[in-house]
Design a binder for this molecule. Structure first.
Ligand SMILES: Nc1ncnc2c1ncn2[C@@H]1O[C@H](COP(=O)(O)OP(=O)(O)OP(=O)(O)O)[C@@H](O)[C@H]1O
Length: 486
């Protein structure tokens, strides 16, 4: 393992790195993060011995690096520097072969099968074998970067120090390179320290991160301990937002631009909803932040078009997605900018109403078909049909993440209360229904105006959602029943 103890150093009298200590176990990868000039490269140079530390010690498996003869140290530790001395007029193969230098007693004279195998493997890993005879100056920046990483890998050292290995690489090659390095770390039990500018890549690939500022460690630990909004904002002096990776338990950050959307004074109004026999639709000037269980674009996102489309009760719901996307595009809208759900209920019976409060207002839109009522507490296998209750809540205000979730809960409770009020019965159990088997809910917000941190029934917006969804659902059920009688 690699141990760094109270390491300090810099350039002449200029102290850059100040008493830094940490350790990296075999098979693990540690990422160094920090703004420009924070001392990342200087720390790497102190670890690799390019710079003489003013104090502190670096140990490999307990032995101070100063005690290793130069060539032996090079067999233990490979370095990918930030800036490469351009070895022009060298071919790819020659450049990668330089990585074998520490393993040789005499220059090329002692080129062994082992050297050849290491070079071939490194070129294969970095996907540059086909460039073997190409001159470095004839390659792109990203291709050259892969050659230098191959050179470091060919060195077959147990410790790998990488200064921005993904520099110049496109996203696929960034992923390929880091996948390869990570795999090498695990399979060959390498110890890897790598500098990153991309916090998200570092979070995804590193077991541990170290956040530096002004030559010191601000925070060190697993990615979830380091990639935190507050620390990243303080160190990089920029606004960021932290969110989960869609597939991995690794936090990711998104930059929040300094130039914000102009508050265009946009307001969602009930009279701007289009209610026809074919659909209920709302088109917003600006995208609304939306959370929904729609058919198209479910989950969260920003959308301008909202569609609740009527389909026949016998509609085949297996291939509904593609069919509804075609329908959206045929209507002249962009599916990528549209949240769409469907219903077998007659959409002209939709209830759309506006409710005003001190903070602003909300618009509630409900279509309800209750022939398909389900008592959720007695869930049993049922035939799936498209008679549903679709509930939209559009908020003129800024909803926090909590508020989006609370708005959904409040709306669902209000819907259930409406079914109770209207004594909608689950035909299978004979008990009061709590919803239908295919209900959808959508909460959208302009993200302009007043900030609404919460949306439970204790809050003003929650009260409007509760009353609004209850009233609209009751009325929609009554209309549905009236229509059935005719
Ligand atoms: N050769 C040098 N001589 C004198 N000062 C240097 C030298 N190299 C770097 N410095 C100074 O040391 C400080 C830290 O530089 P370093 O390269 O370690 O930062 P870094 O975190 O790697 O930055 P970047 O993200 O820009 O690569 C900077 O203020 C820089 O000006």
């Amino acid at each position: 393992m690699l141990q760094i103890e109270k390491l300090s150093g810099g350039y002449g009298d200029k102290k850059i790195v100040d008493r830094i200590s940490f350790g990296v176990e075999k098979g693990r990868m540690l990422g160094i993060l920090g703004p420009n000039g924070s001392g990342k490269s200087t720390l790497m140079k102190l670890i690799s011995g390019v710079l003489e530390p003013t104090s502190g010690v670096v140990r490999i498996d307990g032995k101070p690096v100063g005690d290793f003869p130069a060539k032996e140290l090079a067999r233990k530790m490979a370095v990918l520097p930030q800036l490469h001395a351009h070895a022009f007029s060298h071919t790819v193969r020659e450049t990668v072969s330089l990585g074998r230098y520490p393993h040789q007693s005499g220059w090329f004279s002692s080129w062994s099968e082992e050297d050849e195998a290491a070079v071939q493997e490194a070129m294969k890993l970095m996907d540059i074998s086909h460039y073997e005879s190409t001159l470095l100056e004839e390659m792109s920046g990203g291709e050259q970067q892969r050659v230098f990483v191959a050179q470091a890998l060919a060195q077959n050292a147990a410790v790998l120090l990488l200064d921005e290995p993904t520099n110049h690489l496109d996203i696929n090659h960034q992923k390929e390179l880091l996948d390869t390095i990570k795999k090498q770390a695990i399979e060959k039990e390498l110890t890897i320290i790598s500098i990153f500018h991309d916090i998200n890549l570092a979070s995804m690939y590193c077991d541990e991160l170290l956040l530096m500022d002004e030559g010191s460690i601000v925070r060190k630990g697993e990615p979830h301990e380091v990639v935190r909004t507050h620390d990243v904002e303080a160190v990089y002096q920029t606004r960021v937002s932290n969110h989960p990776h869609p597939e991995l338990p690794k936090p990711q950050i998104t930059l929040l631009p300094g130039v914000r959307r102009k508050p265009a004074g946009q307001r969602v109004r009930a009279e701007d909803f289009l209610v026809t026999t074919e659909f209920v639709a709302y088109q917003s000037q600006l995208p609304l932040k939306t959370v929904s269980s729609a058919v198209v674009n479910a989950g969260s996102g920003w959308f301008r078009n909202f569609l609740n489309r009527r389909v026949d009760a016998s509609y085949n719901i297996d291939n509904s997605f593609e069919e509804i996307v075609d329908y959206i595009e045929d209507s002249g809208l962009k599916a990528t900018d549209t949240v769409a759900m469907m219903t077998a209920v007659r959409t002209e019976y939709a209830i759309v109403r506006e409710y005003a409060g001190d903070f602003g207002s909300i618009v509630v839109a409900v279509t309800a078909g209750v022939g398909n009522g389900v008592d959720v507490s007695q869930a049993v296998a049922r035939e799936q049909r498209v008679g549903t209750i679709n509930t939209w809540i559009m908020v003129n205000g800024i909803l926090s993440d909590e508020a989006f979730i609370q708005a959904m809960i409040t709306a669902t409770e209000a819907k259930t209360k409406a079914l109770q009020h209207e004594e909608v019965i689950d035909p299978l159990t004979g008990t009061i229904a709590t919803g239908t088997s295919t209900d959808s809910c959508l909460v959208a917000a302009t993200q302009q105006g007043e900030a609404l941190q919460y949306a439970g029934p204790i809050t003003e917006v929650g009260k409007l959602i509760g009353t609004g969804v209850f009233e609209c659902t009751v009325e929609a059920i009554q209309l549905y029943r009236e229509a059935k009688k005719v």
